[in-house]
Design a protein around this ligand. Structure first.
Ligand SMILES: Cc1ncc(COP(=O)(O)O)c(C=O)c1O
Length: 419
């Protein structure tokens, strides 16, 4: 069956198609990043500035995903471009300390009291791996407990849980279900090194957990002698001190990433001096290093990114997402499409179904969301293929109005096609 939405996508993006064919010769499936792939082939991007991306065919897109939340100030944010540019001219990787790492660490320590000290890595995945290593060394145990469909990075130990399956060292319990977590910890607590949790399921579909759940799991983890790791890689955009500040929760370890690198690769683990002293060269228990850990460019960009993510800016993003949620709901109704939306702070997740699923992984609207994603691209609107949206501090009311208009055109195409 010919799909007009697919046909339009193919006709608009011939340079992206050619670039992807070339990429397939040298990279499996033409990509190094699953989230950056969608069928029939992903766009190839040439440029980003502010709220916009441009593909190599020359089309402009209003960007509603901001590199999966990490570009919290949009693309090529002038203050970051300026500071990182100056830094790059002085060299990008030095085999010793730099002053920017101290300033970024100081800001994180300031905002997140449970993180008395910081250890930097190059990605959220590495932060997860490091948190797991710390927990294993401290407890002498091997296993971890996480939420089914939680996401803590692209490590086999975590990936298995993200896809909903237990693994050799990975135990699962249902997100936001305290009894479930308590039951696993009661039965198997003595083999669990750490409990990992996102305060808001990100890739699982923008689902917040209750305060009682998070505080309860921390207590149960402590009782079992396991470390409690709060993954704020994504959720650090929701409050100046992360979700833990809002909740009054002090995790043993905090994972950071995404926005704290100002658009450059980054990750970090924060924790008490007592826990993190295992890295102290004076009394080292874990050998941890990395050629680009805390490199001056990432640290310089991250310092600005964190500093400029203020409370009023966070509230403004939340307000925009509330408007977007309401208007998209009305637009879908006007086109006769079922639409359910998860919303937390500056993020949304769309589902073309009567209710939201437990996770984006187990959705019934796979075909519709895929069509909507391509149709949105055809109209110049960029969101995640799974329907996730994350606005930035440079997104305005006008951009939201445009987004609603473009999404409405995409919904019209989808309604016509699935009729
Ligand atoms: C909650 C959470 N943890 C960890 C990660 C992994 O971070 P990275 O992609 O930088 O490895 C992500 C990335 O999406 C995330 O959302």
């Amino acid at each position: 069956m010919v799909s007009p939405i697919h046909e339009t996508y193919l006709a608009r993006t011939s340079k992206s198609a050619a670039a992807h064919a070339q990429a397939q010769q040298v990279m499996p499936g033409g990509t190094s990043r699953q989230a950056g792939y969608w069928a029939p082939y992903p766009l190839t991007i040439g440029r980003g500035e502010g709220v916009h991306l441009w593909d190599i065919d020359g089309h402009r897109y209003l960007d509603l995903i901001n590199n999966y939340t990490s570009m919290v100030h949009g693309h090529a944010y002038p203050a970051i471009v300026e500071a990182a540019g100056q830094c790059i001219r002085r060299g990008t990787g030095w085999p010793a300390g730099n002053e920017a790492q101290c300033r970024l660490a100081a800001q994180l320590v300031d905002r997140v009291p449970a993180a008395e000290q910081i250890r930097f890595t190059n990605s959220g995945t590495e932060a997860g791996a490091l948190a797991l290593t710390i927990a294993r060394v401290v407890t002498g145990r091997r296993k971890l407990l996480m939420a089914r469909y939680g996401y803590h990075g692209s490590l086999p130990e975590f990936e298995t849980g993200s896809s909903g399956h237990e693994g050799p060292v990975t135990r699962l319990a249902r997100f936001d279900n305290l009894e479930d977590f308590e039951a696993v910890l009661d039965a198997h607590g003595d083999e669990i090194a750490a409990v990992f949790l996102e305060p808001v399921l990100g890739s699982g579909g923008v689902r917040p957990a209750s305060k009682e759940f998070l505080l309860g799991v921390k207590k149960a983890a402590q009782k079992a002698g396991a470390l409690f790791v709060l993954d704020e890689v994504l959720s650090f955009r929701f409050a100046t001190g992360g979700c833990q500040a809002d909740i009054g929760l002090a995790p043993d370890l905090t994972m950071f990433g995404k926005l704290i690198g100002g658009g450059f690769p980054v990750g970090a683990v924060g924790g008490s001096r007592e826990l993190l002293k295992i890295f102290d060269p004076a009394d080292m228990k874990i050998f941890h290093t990395g050629t680009f850990n805390a490199n001056p460019v990432t640290m310089t960009a991250g310092e600005i990114s964190v500093r400029e993510l203020t409370g009023p800016r966070i509230s403004a993003m939340t307000e925009l997402c509330e408007i977007l949620k309401n208007e998209l709901t009305q637009a879908a109704a006007a086109h006769g499409l079922p639409l359910s939306i998860n919303h937390y702070g500056s993020c949304l997740n769309l589902y073309f179904s009567e209710s939201v699923p437990e996770s984006s992984i187990v959705r019934e609207d796979q075909q519709t969301i895929g069509l909507f994603h391509l149709a949105a691209l055809n109209h110049g609107l960029f969101l995640a293929p799974r329907g996730m949206i994350a606005v930035s501090t440079v997104t305005t009311h006008e951009h939201i109005a445009q987004a609603v208009e473009l999404a409405g055109l995409a919904m019209q195409d989808v309604a016509a096609e699935i009729g």
